[in-house]
Design a protein around this ligand. Structure first.
Ligand SMILES: Cc1cc2nc3c(=O)[nH]c(=O)nc-3n(C[C@H](O)[C@H](O)[C@H](O)COP(=O)(O)O)c2cc1C
Length: 404
């Protein structure tokens, strides 16, 4: 089959001795897409879109500077597959054909800076209809109507179980709701294809719609979409099939999951292995290994953790399924990131908040791991040429300085 042939062509780690490059800076080809290095900018919602879900100038500046920073792959924030599936009124949307042109501008800007552009698609399920983080991240209520004209909307989920105590109870989805949500994911994938993205990721983590179907904590259904691993996985696999059918065979599909719920009776890493195997058979190329988030307070972003705390999940899925994996979560130091790739624990590392702190993190990592010569090879010449020249003149001045 064409798809299998393309997967078999996935280029593995080049011989590091031959390239003399740190593994973090070796290329990776997934299907027909060549990534120049193993550094990925993780999807991060910016809550900067208009109510129509369309990007603004902010997004062009934001993704442009991330593209310039030297990563091999830059993901957009989650593009919501329907207005109901948004977290907030300012989420980016993938639900209307009007998004294709503006998203194509983001694609062009990222690609022109030398990175591959990736998109992520999401339905927020029972965690939809919340305030922006800096307004509280709580469900929309009367105060949001008064202050910003932002009324809550009805949320949906596999079962009528709220995300957190005191949160609105979602409406249990009917069969036709589920079919519609699957079709919305496929339509958003088609729009991402039309916009020209190189990589697509399905967001099935952090307590959003697909995750609530997967987890026995969010899913009490008795209609074949719950009750057993096969039932819990069914909706997630239907989405994967529908999205794959819209996503080109020569472009890789990533799938982000919460590898564990870390809660009594919740989803486990063994189940993530089974799910990943089934996704691999459906044409998913990379498992993006996050964790937790069924309740808002438990997301990796807010709970105290240590560097690389989710790497063991990427390592386990890679070892047990043979799929490529992406590690994410508090990866901050270049030497640590290099170790993750060099030790074969994951194929890619995703950088989130550290890239907000320093959009040039990949360039900084190259300077740390390769040395000043990286300025010319890793950074674009408009910057690299000058920085390399500065480095050489500083070095010359050091040599000429009389010994003290
Ligand atoms: C501002 C912000 C927005 C985020 N939005 C998304 C998102 O749209 N999709 C997603 O899968 N994860 C999202 N995340 C999670 C990140 O992709 C990443 O998994 C998490 O921040 C952990 O990585 P880090 O420690 O490098 O930041 C977001 C995180 C932050 C900080």
């Amino acid at each position: 089959m064409e798809r299998d042939r393309m997967m078999a062509e996935r280029v593995d780690l080049p011989d590091a001795d031959a390239t003399r490059l740190p593994r973090l800076f070796t290329p990776l080809t997934l299907r027909g897409v060549a990534l120049k290095n193993r550094i990925v900018i993780s999807p991060m919602q910016q809550y900067a879109a208009g109510r129509d879900g369309l990007p603004t100038d902010y997004h062009l500046a934001h993704y442009g500077r991330l593209g310039m920073g030297g990563a091999g792959l830059v993901f957009t924030e989650a593009l919501c597959v329907s207005p109901r599936g948004r977290l907030t009124y300012s989420d980016l949307g993938g639900w209307d054909d009007a998004c294709v042109g503006p998203l194509a501008r983001i694609v062009d800007i990222v690609r022109e800076q030398g990175a591959a552009p990736g998109a992520q698609i999401l339905h927020a399920g029972r965690k939809a209809a919340v305030q922006r983080p800096w307004h509280g991240f709580d469900p929309l209520s009367g105060i949001d109507i008064d202050e910003r004209g932002e009324a809550p909307w009805e949320t949906v989920g596999p079962s009528a179980l709220p995300a957190n105590p005191g949160w609105p109870t979602p409406r249990e989805m009917t069969r036709s709701d589920m079919d519609a949500a699957v079709a919305e994911h496929a339509a958003a994938a088609r729009r991402c294809r039309e916009a020209g993205f190189d990589v697509l990721e399905i967001h099935a983590a952090h307590g959003y719609l697909i995750h609530t179907f997967l987890s026995p904590i969010g899913n009490r259904r008795s209609d074949g979409y719950g009750g057993s691993l096969k039932g819990w996985m069914r909706f997630a696999l239907e989405v994967a099939d529908a999205v794959r059918s819209e996503w080109p065979d020569d472009k890789p599909l990533f799938y982000r999951i919460s590898c564990i719920d870390d809660e009594e009776g919740g989803w486990t890493i063994d189940e993530s292995v089974e799910l990943s195997r089934a996704l691999g058979e459906r044409g998913v190329d990379v498992m993006d290994c996050s964790s937790r988030g069924l309740g808002l307070r438990g997301t990796p972003v807010v709970a105290p953790r240590e560097q690389g705390f989710q790497v063991p999940f990427a390592e386990r899925l890679k070892r047990d399924t043979g799929l490529a994996t992406m590690a994410v979560g508090l990866i901050m130091e270049p030497a640590y990131a290099e170790g993750v790739i060099a030790e074969g624990r994951a194929d890619l590392v995703a950088i989130g908040r550290e890239a907000l702190n320093d959009p040039n993190w990949p360039v900084r990592a190259a300077r740390a791991l390769i040395g000043p010569e990286s300025y010319e090879s890793v950074w674009q010449p408009r910057h690299g040429w000058w920085l390399s020249k500065r480095e050489k003149s500083l070095e010359a001045a050091r040599r000429e300085r009389p010994a003290e």
